[in-house]
Design a protein around this ligand. Structure first.
Ligand code: PLP
Length: 407
């Protein structure tokens, strides 16, 4: 008899954003005349930068001619993209990362979800709360947790982010093996200083642990003191994997391109305690289960590093940060404490009440969709995440409607 993976039954019934979509769809069906503005799911709205569009067209043209046609490319990504990434995202910031330490993929969601496969089933996990749900759910699916009791899975050390610690969790008192960190943070928008990240690198070294550093929102950092990469911290090459995505950097949520950095010096240990390079393990996994990102998409991704591309993606992230500033100001006027929005596209608002109740209030009274904090973890309760990913007009209209609804 064919059997299911019982670990899936430990998961909450559906993914947070499917729950939100269902509630929004039900409201829209009951109120077809109401217009709804979505500041919930973190999906970009502005068109691709012109350099990327040109590169996509040029890439498609190359595929249309026999002489320049391409079939399967290297699973790890074309050299032109890996070289551009290493040079512009890392070496330019003083990080010693080489092109062959980069694995190009079709998204950070898959990368963050898949990476846990190469680690033992009985490792100890440290995961922030609130958190991007993928880190937790993929470990639940893999059987690394017990049941969910009162919003918490047995077997995870939760790193609580709250107002008291500025939404940047300190290292735990207990030893763990695999630590997920995300800065600028989704959902809180908080950023970590060099000293805070250095404490994590030191912790990982002491415990022979690995940090998974998700920097999907790196392009939104404006404070020059804030590190963009974990590799800006001394010694991080030996303890950290970094995830980057073109989704929020260049509007690629629908185009799909991302990458993981795995330094060749990074090791984990086998049952006999022998160090084993993670790079080789991931290369084996990646080349077995993945066949590469399409050539025109990799061309489009590489275009953001050109002289013409750099100001275009800066203008795009500046645009969303302009929205974020308006949201922060409007939230402050309402007297609600908030963080984020200055080095991040997300604003994390302390609404001082049940987060789904506040979500419903905004939906029904203002026709505005936010994301209830409870969906990101127990510590998210009492908060909502407002996303700046929308047109300026929609953000202004949404803020006016929210102000009127909460009067
Ligand atoms: N990591 C974080 C923290 C995110 O918020 C997201 C998307 O919202 C992702 C990863 C996934 O990005 P991608 O579009 O590359 O799959």
């Amino acid at each position: 008899m064919i059997r299911i993976n019982e670990n899936f039954t430990k998961l909450k019934a559906s993914y947070l954003f499917s729950d939100i979509a269902k509630r929004v769809a039900a409201f829209q069906q009951a109120n077809p005349e109401r217009s709804i503005i979505r500041l919930g799911i973190g999906d970009v709205t502005e068109p691709l930068p012109p350099v990327c569009v040109e590169a996509l067209h040029a890439g498609a043209d190359e595929l249309s001619r026999r002489a320049s046609f391409k079939g399967y490319g290297p699973e790890q990504g074309y050299a032109f993209l890996r070289e551009a990434i290493a040079q512009h995202d890392f070496q330019a910031r003083g990080c010693k990362i080489e092109p062959d330490e980069i694995f190009v993929s079709d998204g950070s969601k898959c990368d963050c979800g898949n990476i846990q496969e190469i680690f033992s089933a009985d490792i100890r996990l440290a995961i922030p709360d609130p958190v991007y749900p993928v880190y937790v759910d993929t470990n639940v699916m893999a059987g690394r947790t017990g049941a969910n009791v009162d919003g918490r899975y047995a077997g995870i050390t939760y790193l609580e982010s709250n107002a008291a610690n500025g939404y940047v969790p300190a290292v735990p008192a207990v030893a763990t093996d695999l630590i997920y960190l995300c800065f600028p943070n989704n959902p809180t928008g908080a950023v970590a200083t060099k000293a805070q990240l250095a404490a994590w690198v030191d912790y990982a070294k002491r415990h022979q642990a690995i940090i998974l550093f998700d920097a999907a929102y790196e392009a939104y950092i404006r404070n020059p003191e804030i590190p963009h990469s974990i590799y800006e911290i001394e010694g991080a090459r030996d303890v950290a994997i970094e995830f980057r995505s073109f989704s929020k950097t260049a509007g690629f949520t629908g185009t799909r391109c991302a990458y993981i950095v795995i330094p060749k010096t990074l090791v984990a240990y086998d049952a006999q305690g022998r160090p084993t390079p993670i790079h080789a393990l991931w290369n084996r996994r990646h080349t077995t289960k993945f066949n590469g990102v399409s050539y025109p998409v990799q061309k489009a991704a590489a275009a953001i590093y050109s002289d013409a591309g750099k100001p275009q993606i800066r203008a795009m992230t500046d645009y969303y940060l302009g929205n974020a500033k308006l949201i922060r100001e409007a939230v402050a006027k309402l007297g609600l404490p908030c963080v984020g929005g200055d080095n991040s596209p997300y604003i994390w608002v302390n609404v001082g009440r049940d987060s789904w109740e506040f979500f419903d209030l905004l939906l029904t009274k203002a026709g505005v969709v936010c994301t209830p904090g409870a969906g990101f973890g127990k510590c998210g309760e009492g908060h909502v995440r407002i996303s700046s990913f929308n047109s300026r007009e929609n953000v202004i209209a949404a803020l006016e409607r929210i102000a009127a609804a909460l009067k």
